[in-house]
Structure formats: structure tokens, C-alpha cells
Design a protein around this ligand. Structure first.
Ligand code: SF4
Length: 493
């Protein structure tokens, strides 16, 4: 097995990023090394997303480009893993007969055995989790948590090669069945990991140098498991992780508005590590649309929650998701979404044009009747409203000093800066040689500094701001008594 090369490409959400890390961890342990060269790899895995049609089309196109290399090297193993594998295995094998391995997101621990089987038999191997039962309650399911999570203790630390940050899964699946969403069908029933397993994994990651952990779940705030027969809910889980010595920052995504309880907000206020940032997808500012989406809250309840979050957690920032052009969305309903954005003053939003997904309730029962050009226009309008809010909010921060965790050179920040410059938002600084860090409230700060700042908590003063990025200068210096790699907070007068 030694010397074999693995190419893996990840599409979609943070869940997939984490899943890919876990798969890489498993295959590293079996002698595979990662390569950037797709066409010459021994095993090529595409970790796919089914949330939008566009994502599946991209995966199919990548698979199509592998036909020739596979013809030239029949021993190459081509695999599709993740949501698209679970949602449409027959479609994949019909359109892409050169695919050898199809594995759903709940079965990833089987990949090494599947590769062995393919090498031995040269037959296609398929593993799906369609048998996941919804008959039991979330807490009953949690107790029989699937074996996939054993993987997480053998994982490598770090997100996208950044050793300071890591994702930790606390929950799989979803029971909400929003009418537009394919996730309950591809990722199965909601089940939460045992709290001790999560805390152990966080401790292991911190021992390996991780300073910031982001907990992942489809509706992370509805986490529930048990310990000694007593329920452990999300606020208590946060408390237990907060006690991990050496951890500096704790975040979580994604929260479901209807399930958010006050004790979680109080934990965010009181816990040393809990960051003042909340990603809370609302999807629409119209009650009628929310009803068609089967979201289990009203706009009024959402706004009340946002107000309460700001009252309980001082300085908190909020981000949200919106879908534009959902079935029969009118101009008035769209205007209600714009008004909600103004009302809530989000730090940022993610806007998606509705795309019908096969198998969902919306695909079966509601017509996707908003023309694409209308969806596109609404998308742009929404982004424009948000951009004005973000520019204003960020410019209000000019002159303020903020604590950031320095992450290193960030491709994303560089790209954002290039995009802003191209749009005429010249901020007058060089892209290259700049470091990037993040505030507790999830604002990205770019600044000039030495690489030895990476991994440190430092203070920066904001000098300039665009909608996406703050630009700052370091306002302190290293404590010379600190050993290399120690985390320090520089207090600036
Ligand atoms: S809460 Fe709704 S949108 Fe989120 S994963 Fe579950 S079904 Fe999908």
C-alpha cells in the first residue's frame, strides 16, 4: 500500500470539509499520501454536495474529466462520496460508469475496506446509509451513535492546513425537513455524539496545537445526548468544552432559530471561550414564504430572538442565510426579506438562488415558478442592501482596537482584497506579505506583520474597512518572555 497517492476534492459545507479530513486521516494511516494531481492519483475521491443543482453539475463535470485518465490507468479508483453519493447512486453509475466507489456520508469509515474490495475484485463498491431509522427519538438514536465517529479520534488537526483551527462534529443528520432541503435525505436522522467523546476530541486537538474549535451540526443548538442517564443539552456541552485547558475560542454552526434557548445565549455570555458570533439562517423575511418552506418560526419570533441575543450577549454579531426566488415568492415577499436584513443589521449574509432538489417536499408539491432572471435580480438586490450595512458597520470600527487570533496568510483574504480592489474599493495596501486574523465576532482583519505572530492573540487597531475586511495595524509587541508558540494577549493602552 505504501507510496500510493490520494487526490480528494471537497465541495459544499464545513461538514464535508471535516468528512474529507477524516477520510484523509484514515487513508494516511494506510500509507496513502495526498497529491494535487488528480489525473495521476491512485485513488480519486470527490466529496460531493447536493444542496444545489449547480454543485451536483460541478461534480459530474469533474467525474467526466476523469474518464480519459481512467482509461489510461484502469487501476485508478474513482470514488464519489458525500451527499450526492447518498442521494443518487443510480444516476451516478448510469452517467459515469467509470466510477468504482460510491459512499454516503454516514458510511465513510468503510472506505478503506471498500478500496481493498475494489482492488481485489475490480467490482464497484457501494455503501449507503439509507437504513438509518427515524423511529426512535433523537436521544435514543444518540445513545446508539454510529461507529463513524470513532474516526474522529484518529483525525489530523487543522482546517485547510491551518493547524490552529479545527472542526468537531457534535451531531449528524437533521429532522426538520424544510421543504427545500435535501439534507434530511442525504445525511439521515438527527443524532448527537456522546458529550465525553466530543470533549475528549477537543482536548486531543488542543494538545496538538489547536486554539480555536468550531462545533458542527446541521441544527447544532438542538444537540442532546445523555450522561449517567441525564440529558446533556447544548449549553452544558459548551460548558464542558470551555473547561478544556488551552482552548482559546469556541464557535458553532449552524443554529436553527426555532430551537435556540436562553441558556445557550447565557453560556455565550459567560464562558471564557465562547465567541460572540452566531450564524442563524432565517431563509426569508416573509411569514408566508417561511410557511411554504416549513421553517418552524415566524419573522416576528426571529426578530425577537435577535433582539434578545444582542441584549444577553453584548457585542454579538449575527450572520444569516437567505434563499431568493423560492416557489411563488412575490416582489412583496422579497421586499420583506430586504426589510428584515435592514432590521437585523447582520454582519454578513449568504444568499442562494432557489434551486429545486429532487426528492424534497418542495420538488414534489410546490412549483419552482420564479424565473431565473428574477432570482438573479433579487439576489443582487439583497447583496447590495447587505453590502451597505456591512460597509457602514465596518467603518464604524475604524479607530477601535480589537483582539484577533492570527491565522496566517489567507488565500480567502487575499482573494477578497483583490475583488474589493477590482470593484474600486482601493485600500492602498499591498496584498502580499499581509497576515490575516479573526476577531471573536468573526470579522476578518488583514494587517502587516511577521509570520511569528501566527497562532497568537494580538490586538490590532482598525485603520480602514470594506464590506468584507478590516485593515489594521498591530498595536502591541510580543512579550519577549513568552516561549515560541505560546499564546499571548497584548494589552494596548
Ligand atoms: S434545518 Fe432545514 S435547511 Fe437546515 S439541514 Fe435541516 S432541513 Fe435542511
Amino acid at each position: 500500500m505504501a507510496g500510493k497517492k490520494l487526490y480528494i476534492e471537497t465541495m459544499g459545507c464545513q461538514m464535508n470539509v471535516l468528512d474529507s479530513e477524516l477520510v484523509v486521516g484514515q487513508l494516511n494511516g494506510r500509507g496513502y499520501t495526498l497529491t494535487d494531481e488528480m489525473t495521476t492519483a491512485d485513488v480519486v475521491l470527490l466529496n460531493t454536495c447536493s444542496v444545489r443543482d449547480h454543485a451536483e453539475a460541478k461534480a459530474l463535470s469533474r467525474l467526466g474529466s476523469l474518464k480519459k485518465p481512467k482509461l489510461g490507468n484502469p487501476d485508478m479508483i474513482v470514488g464519489v462520496i458525500g451527499c450526492m453519493a447518498e442521494r443518487d447512486p443510480d444516476g451516478i453509475t448510469t452517467k459515469m460508469p467509470h466510477v468504482d466507489l460510491i459512499c454516503g456520508p454516514g458510511e465513510l469509515n468503510k472506505i478503506p475496506a471498500m478500496i481493498d474490495e475494489i482492488e481485489e475484485t475490480r467490482n464497484r463498491s457501494i455503501s449507503l446509509s439509507q437504513s438509518l431509522s427515524r423511529r426512535s427519538t433523537p436521544i435514543e438514536r444518540a445513545v446508539e451513535y454510529d461507529s463513524v465517529e470513532a474516526l474522529d479520534l484518529s483525525r489530523s488537526a487543522g482546517i485547510d492546513g491551518n493547524p490552529l483551527q479545527a472542526y468537531v462534529r457534535v451531531q449528524r443528520g437533521c429532522d426538520k425537513f424544510c421543504t427545500f432541503c435535501v439534507v434530511p435525505f442525504t445525511r439521515g436522522a438527527e443524532r448527537s455524539r456522546p458529550p465525553q467523546l466530543i470533549v475528549d476530541e477537543c482536548r486531543m486537538l488542543v494538545d496538538r496545537g489547536v486554539r480555536e474549535i468550531t462545533l458542527l451540526g446541521q441544527t447544532v443548538n438542538s444537540y442532546v445526548n445523555q450522561d449517567d442517564g441525564k440529558p446533556v443539552r447544548f449549553a452544558e456541552l459548551l460548558e464542558r468544552i470551555d473547561a478544556v485547558s488551552g482552548l482559546e475560542r469556541l464557535r458553532f454552526v449552524t443554529s436553527y432559530p426555532g430551537d435556540f434557548t436562553d441558556d445557550i445565549l447565557e453560556a455565550m455570555r459567560d464562558l471564557r471561550t465562547a465567541c460572540e458570533y452566531l450564524h442563524l439562517p432565517v431563509q426569508s423575511g416573509s411569514d408566508a414564504v417561511l410557511k411554504r418552506m416549513r421553517r418552524q418560526y415566524t419573522v416576528g419570533e426571529y426578530v425577537d430572538f435577535v433582539d434578545k441575543a444582542r441584549e444577553i450577549v453584548p457585542g454579538i454579531t449575527l450572520a444569516s442565510d437567505f434563499i431568493v426566488g423560492f416557489c411563488s415568492e412575490t416582489d412583496d415577499e422579497h421586499a420583506e426579506s430586504l426589510a428584515l436584513i435592514e432590521r437585523c443589521q447582520f454582519k454578513n449574509i449568504f444568499v442562494f438562488k432557489y434551486s429545486e432538489r429532487p426528492g424534497t417536499v418542495a420538488a414534489k408539491r410546490i412549483t419552482d415558478d420564479v424565473p431565473d432572471d428574477v432570482k438573479r435580480r433579487r439576489n443582487l438586490e439583497m447583496l447590495h442592501v447587505q453590502e451597505q450595512i456591512a460597509i457602514q458597520a465596518n467603518q464604524n470600527l475604524i479607530g477601535q482596537t480589537m483582539q484577533i487570533l492570527v491565522e496566517g496568510y489567507s488565500k480567502r483574504a487575499i482573494k477578497a482584497q483583490v475583488a474589493e480592489t477590482e470593484r474600486g474599493q482601493e485600500i492602498g495596501s499591498e496584498v502580499t506579505g499581509q497576515l490575516v486574523g479573526r476577531t471573536r465576532t468573526d470579522r476578518i482583519v488583514v494587517f502587516a506583520g511577521e509570520m511569528n505572530l501566527v497562532g497568537r492573540l494580538i490586538d490590532v487597531r482598525v485603520k480602514a474597512a470594506t464590506a468584507l475586511t478590516l485593515h489594521g495595524e498591530v498595536t502591541g509587541s510580543h512579550d519577549p518572555s513568552c516561549g515560541t508558540g505560546d499564546l499571548i494577549s497584548i494589552n494596548v493602552s
